[in-house]
Design a protein around this ligand. Structure first.
Ligand code: ADP
Ligand code: MG
Length: 347
């Protein structure tokens, strides 16, 4: 009976969800030249239903830390999870920013790679907005390098960098720009690299403490990951609420800085005031590698990632190949290297 069949199609929401979800993939994996906004809206609605976690279902424990997003809590939802609870600012832009948040979440659900944190879902009903990911048990590269003062031999540094490059090359193949690649967002969990916080930078605009006037009070150790084209755009941000021009190539620049941290156990431009870093990077000057006693292959990777012109930077597939060519020998630092100086004064 045809009329029954069509009734069934109409009321069977499970089936219709599935059809719509199929469309989601085709819609957000490519531009929609015909402007099928109906499809887009319905697809998004279906996506949200699938990834929405009711806030009441989460068991939220102690806060682990406060970052740009708001507060991160350890929590429980079918096992240990990390819950990023967003602190909202209810201003004129609120609805647009909420929509941006949801769009960025729609991208995250498409990520499956062993070097990327597992996105599990999100609480999407205002005012309770939160992002739920797997909980990383290990420590961040930041903690290991800058707090515990660990140093890595060239072999270990190369293995870590290769895993970062693989996670990043996967993200880029899915058209996701990380926008915030730095040692604080790279965990070493049971010997494996896990990258976090990709694609969420725009979310920070809806979080307290990141409003216009604060833009140039940047967190410590953040500037050195910003490519020259981003540094130059920072100035414009003081006057207008504009997006920073992040691209795949600006991720490559940030990777260069992570590679430097792995090799030298410190940030480039260490101890230099912000204005000096901005001035130098904006004009294409780079951290000198004179004191880094490393094979040519290692320095070549650094310099190519830090190229002033974005188009001259390699992609992550090329980085992976270049890392394979790094000779597996021990990196010896020159005695005048600042790491030794700071160590001896502390120890
Ligand atoms: P930041 O990246 O600047 O440290 P975040 O808001 O991303 O700020 O993180 C705040 C704190 O929560 C940090 O100590 C971070 O290491 C921790 N954290 C973030 N995500 C996770 C996770 N998936 N698992 C465990 N800890 C996490
Ligand atoms: Mg983080």
């Amino acid at each position: 009976n045809t009329s029954n069949d069509s009734d069934k199609t109409l009321i069977d929401s499970n089936t219709s969800d599935r059809i719509l979800l199929d469309r989601v993939d085709s819609v957000d994996s490519q531009d929609d030249p015909l402007g099928h906004s109906w499809n887009r809206q319905n697809s998004l609605a279906a996506t949200m239903r699938e990834w929405d976690i009711p806030y009441e279902d989460l068991i939220i424990s102690d806060p682990i830390g406060v970052g740009r997003f708001g507060t991160v809590h350890k929590g429980h939802w079918h096992g240990d999870v990390a819950i990023k609870v967003l602190h909202l600012v209810n201003d004129a832009d609120y609805q647009a920013q909420l929509a941006a948040f949801r769009l960025e979440l729609a991208l995250l659900r498409k990520t499956r790679h062993e070097n990327l944190v597992l996105f599990m879902g999100a609480c999407m009903k205002p005012p309770r907005l939160a992002i739920v990911t797997s909980f990383c048990k290990g420590e961040t590269l930041y903690t290991l390098i800058h707090e515990k003062k660990d140093t890595f031999k060239i072999n270990k540094a190369t293995i870590i960098a290769s895993q970062v490059a693989q996670g990043m090359s996967y993200l880029h193949s899915r058209s996701i720009i990380h926008k915030d690649l730095r040692s604080k967002n790279i965990f070493i969990d049971s010997g494996k690299v896990v990258i976090t916080d990709f694609g969420l930078f725009h979310v920070t605009k809806i979080c307290r403490g990141n409003k216009k006037d604060d833009w140039l009070s940047v967190p410590r150790g953040w500037l050195c990951y910003l490519a020259p084209e981003i540094i130059r755009a920072l100035k414009a941000l003081q006057h207008a609420e504009k997006d920073l021009p992040f691209t795949k190539m600006s991720d490559l620049y940030a990777f260069g800085t992570v590679w430097y941290e792995l090799l030298c156990s410190e940030w480039p431009f260490r101890s230099q005031p912000c204005e000096t870093v901005i001035w130098q990077v904006g004009r294409g000057l780079k951290q000198s590698l004179n004191t880094v006693n490393a094979p040519r292959e290692v320095k070549d990777i650094l310099m190519s990632c830090w190229a002033f012109s974005p188009s001259e930077r390699p992609d992550f597939t090329q980085i992976t190949k270049a890392l394979e060519r790094v000779p597996r020998t021990r990196l010896i630092r020159s005695p005048s290297h600042p790491v030794h100086l700071s160590r001896s004064t502390e120890g």
